[in-house]
Design a binder for this molecule. Structure first.
Ligand code: PLP
Length: 395
């Protein structure tokens, strides 16, 4: 169906940070399936591990124990503030699970009949009905009303507005079950969270027994230059949602929670494919390689390099560019608000220069390359972007 405004590009194969179209042209991939292909394309270790898994077992029902799933859950919980994991297949599905958990928390812990979940304006939590209802961007709601009830929105990083909303919601007694929030807003324009805002948010959630859930679907699993986005803020959530980079290109999602808020009991939630042996093998390979190749500190270093290269570009083109923001290998180049350039126009023209980048809204060009990207690739990417900006200025 016609659900995507696609770029005129047909990709046939890839290797590392490079992809090739059906005509044989090569592109430096700073999109990585939108922050997904953690180890790049056609990684040797990934290929071997997945081929071996295909020869053993692809899928069994969650009616039975799945050792690969248990191993992956053990990895996630041993390296994060969480203790228990539910597996599914995508970011939206992970957030659906989180929303159900939040509502159950509201009912059982706070005694709320009709729980509310607070989320941020300009957030993005996915396209299924509850996830899109949680998303604080009206453009994604239009045409699909009525939305799922029970969501209220506050301006991101604005503690006074958050407190005012919380007070209003709780005026007649407990109503708020959870806050669902991205540590860094990806789709909403690459907006990093403010640690002071998040610290106060944590205090308020603790005071009222409100669940604090971080949507780490885009920023989690090493992309920020720390393993988890919450580490950048110095604030521990009660639960995190994951997908994208976790499977390195094989669909998997997860809701990981602290034991104290694990309200799910047998029969409460389920997914046929969720956490099957093949997807879990993919994710296990990703996270094991992340550690074996010391990719998290590598991402931190590459993020600093990319940010400084993009800053130089901003300094050279103050009439076109506003600034750079982001963490690690999720960086946004911000365009002048009143300029003629748009992020989709740049992404389209960059294809001609052999570079793939992705818009995050109309005024932000987003870089989310594979985490294995090296300095020479980043320099080439930024020089191709400069070429693109020149071409657009000339036009
Ligand atoms: N949450 C965040 C922060 C995202 O960036 C995305 C996708 O871009 C989603 C949720 C939805 O994930 P999916 O497309 O896998 O459903």
């Amino acid at each position: 169906m016609d659900t995507y405004a696609r770029f005129p590009l047909e990709l046939a194969k890839g290797k590392g940070v490079w992809v090739q179209d059906t005509a044989g042209r090569r592109y430096l991939d700073c999109v990585a399936g939108i922050a997904t292909c953690t180890l790049g394309h056609s990684d040797r270790v990934m290929r071997k591990a997945l081929s071996r898994q295909l020869g053993r077992l692809q899928h069994v029902s969650n009616l039975y124990r799945i050792p690969e799933q248990e191993e992956l859950a053990a990895w996630i919980t041993s390296r994060s503030c969480t203790d228990r994991v539910f597996f599914c297949n995508s970011g939206a599905e992970a957030n659906e699970a989180a929303i159900k958990l939040a509502r159950k928390h509201g009912h059982t812990v706070r005694g709320i009949e009709r729980p509310i979940i607070l989320t941020a304006q300009a957030s993005f939590h996915g396209r299924t009905l509850a996830a899109v209802s949680a998303t604080g961007q009206p453009k994604y709601h239009h045409g699909f009303e009525p939305m799922v009830e029970g969501f209220r929105f506050f301006p991101y990083n604005d503690i006074a507005a958050f407190e005012a909303l919380l007070t209003a919601c709780e005026a007649d007694g407990p109503r708020v079950a959870a806050v669902l929030i991205e540590p860094l807003q990806g789709e909403g324009g690459v907006n990093p969270g403010d640690p002071a805002f998040f610290r106060r948010l944590r205090e308020l959630c603790d005071r009222h027994s409100i669940l604090l859930i971080f949507d780490e679907v885009q920023i989690g699993v090493g992309r920020s230059g720390a393993l988890w986005g919450y580490e950048q803020l110095g604030v521990e959530p009660d639960a995190i949602t994951l997908a994208k980079g976790l499977g390195g290109g094989i669909p998997i999602g997860a809701l990981a929670v602290k034991r104290s808020v694990d309200h799910f009991r047998p029969g409460d939630h389920a997914s046929t494919f969720g956490g099957n042996p093949f997807a879990c093998r993919a994710a296990l390979t990703v996270v094991q390689e992340l550690e074996r190749r010391a990719l998290v500190p590598h991402v931190a270093a590459m993020g600093m390099l990319l940010q400084s290269l993009l800053r130089e570009l901003v300094d050279q083109r103050p009439h076109q560019l506003e600034g750079v923001r982001g963490w690690g290998l999720l960086q946004g180049l911000v365009l002048k608000a009143d300029g003629e350039l748009t992020a989709p126009a740049i992404a389209l023209r960059a294809i001609e220069a052999g570079l793939l980048v992705v818009p995050a809204g109309p005024r932000v060009v987003r870089f989310v390359p594979p985490l294995v990207i090296r300095p020479k690739h980043l320099r080439l990417a930024v020089s191709r972007l400069a070429q693109t900006l020149d071409a657009l200025a000339g036009a």
